[in-house]
Design a protein around this ligand. Structure first.
Ligand SMILES: Cc1cc2nc3c(=O)[nH]c(=O)nc-3n(C[C@H](O)[C@H](O)[C@H](O)COP(=O)(O)O)c2cc1C
Length: 205
């Protein structure tokens, strides 16, 4: 494990639970492998643009215009960061039962035909295999059990997006009930931190 890519997408700055836990994961991973290089991509502080009708061909077809070439160059840069990574740590808050739109824009740039996935005799082949992924999912409510379980469009969606490009070795770590008061928040942080310690041991080997 030489290279860690860290992707943050919370809009809550220093108050962000996912950012605190992402940093904890990086610290733990560096304990296991002190020589690893860490690359940060902050989609909350420095959002990448959403695709538009002027730019989409740069990613999904053949780039011709300046706008399409610029979108393709950004996609190339984001994919190169992923290709270089052995371990990817993603901070993914639940926003409206799914992921922040900034993170969705990132996926729109990195799920790219013939570059990160390909259709092969009718089936899809992910072209980014062999990476370990740790996803920190912060949530105001409770979705891992109980009546709102079916409203979790965050974890199944992330699992599908990552799996589509071959990233199937994914550990999901929840910090739930963040909106239930300070005690619930502290308990969620402590529980998530102990799971992160275990995941980092596995990812660091
Ligand atoms: C725009 C927005 C939408 C949210 N939607 C949900 C939601 O659908 N379900 C939920 O449980 N919490 C929701 N929350 C609460 C966040 O998931 C919670 O505050 C979490 O801690 C955010 O992660 P962060 O602390 O890393 O920013 C939402 C928060 C924001 C800002």
């Amino acid at each position: 494990m030489n290279h860690i890519l860290v992707i943050n997408s919370s809009l809550s700055g220093e108050a962000s639970v996912s950012r605190i836990l992402v940093e904890d994961a990086v610290r733990r991973l560096l304990e296991v492998n002190p020589g690893a290089v860490v690359t940060y991509r902050d989609l909350g502080d420095a959002p990448i643009p959403h695709l538009t009708s002027a730019t989409v061909a740069g990613i999904r077809a053949v780039a011709g215009t300046q706008a399409e070439l610029a979108a393709q160059a950004l996609s190339d840069e984001l994919i190169a960061e992923l290709q270089a990574a052995d371990v990817v740590v993603i901070g993914a808050p639940m926003y409206n039962f799914s992921i922040p739109t900034s993170l969705r824009a990132w996926f729109d740039h990195v799920l790219r035909p013939r570059v990160t996935f390909a259709y092969n005799e009718g089936s899809v082949q992910g072209l980014l295999p062999g990476k370990r992924v740790i996803v920190i999912e912060s949530r105001g409510g409770l979705y891992s059990e109980g009546p709102t379980k079916g409203m979790d469009f965050q974890e199944p969606y992330l699992k599908t997006l990552l799996g589509f490009v071959g990233m199937t070795d994914v550990t999901f770590i929840h910090a739930e009930k963040i909106g239930f008061g300070p005690e619930a928040r502290e308990l969620a942080l402590a529980t998530a931190k102990s799971r992160i310690a275990e995941a980092a041991m596995g990812a660091g080997r």
